[in-house]
Design a protein around this ligand. Sequence first.
Ligand SMILES: Nc1ncnc2c1ncn2[C@@H]1O[C@H](COP(=O)(O)OP(=O)(O)OP(=O)(O)O)[C@@H](O)[C@H]1O
Length: 332
Amino acid sequence: MDVTPEGTADDGARAASITLDAISKRYPDGTEAVRELTLDVAAGELVVLIGPSGCGKSTVLRMVNRLIEPTGGRILLGGEDVTRVDPVRLRRRIGYVIQNVGLFPHQTVSANVATVPQLLGWPRERRRERVAELLELVGLDPAQFGRRYPHELSGGQRQRVGVARALAADPVVLLMDEPFSAVDPIVRTRLQEEFLRLQAEVRKTIVLVTHDLDEAVRLGDRIAVLSQGGRLEQYDTPAAVLGSPATPFVREFVGADRGIRRLAVTPVTREAVEPLPAGSDGLPTVPLGGSAYDALGVLLTSAADRVVVTEDDRPVGVLTRARLLDLGRPAT
Ligand SMILES: Nc1ncnc2c1ncn2[C@@H]1O[C@H](COP(=O)(O)OP(=O)(O)OP(=O)(O)O)[C@@H](O)[C@H]1O
């Protein structure tokens, strides 16, 4: 069955690029939620939209799957204008995950995950295989969880089912609106880590909305910082947004502690490492390529003023406390 929206050329593609071309949304009451926003997301890229409450993040996201109709501009998926295709067919190609997941309460986990395949008329056996594959992918044993109902799951498990459901029909794009904010911080961090592993495997084009800067830094290949009216203040890698805020707005938004956040996205490189002096036995170790933030954590929990950097478990040099702190110092 053809599930490609009319007018798109992404047949068979596993991920499609997204181009927002001067999209605008003026609500009927006159609120200009988004004014001529232009943004490109490459196929397989994970882009995070972040900004203060009311700046238009959710409006932007929902215009991509046409839950909200733009009042101006164009949206291209895989280079094809989808502004005028049937929104229902479009949504079958776009996975959507929201904060409280929105699972159907009276349907089992399996039935929830199979929602779109069912709509698409997949035969029962193919649906069953797909559900099992997806539940395993998100770390839930299909035999144990497939027959449960949403209220019989923890918040984190529900969230995983939401992600599995969004991936069910192999969408070319995944939209996620505050997907991890309804769970406590420890579960959230674990879900984020699992999600990054999942993304490395499925490589979808993902647009994720969050108000949590740490989440944006951890997950985003690029971060789009928005201010009121969906105005794009900066669109760059986490390291660049933290290291060189493009505008006073971004500088204030990322805050005074951007140096420490920056360490989380700064790897310990060979350039930062000094030759290994004699008498370095017994010092704590960190792996080359690991994050400078983790190295700082190791330093803070030991009495040492330097750590030994290793590659394949062999020491390649030392990283001093002073050099480490330099890595977090913003360029501007
Ligand atoms: N249906 C609507 N009618 C009128 N104005 C709306 C409507 N929906 C949203 N808005 C307004 O549009 C602006 C952007 O809202 P949106 O929900 O996109 O922001 P957001 O950045 O996602 O906010 P938050 O982080 O608080 O969820 C806000 O000023 C909001 O009040």
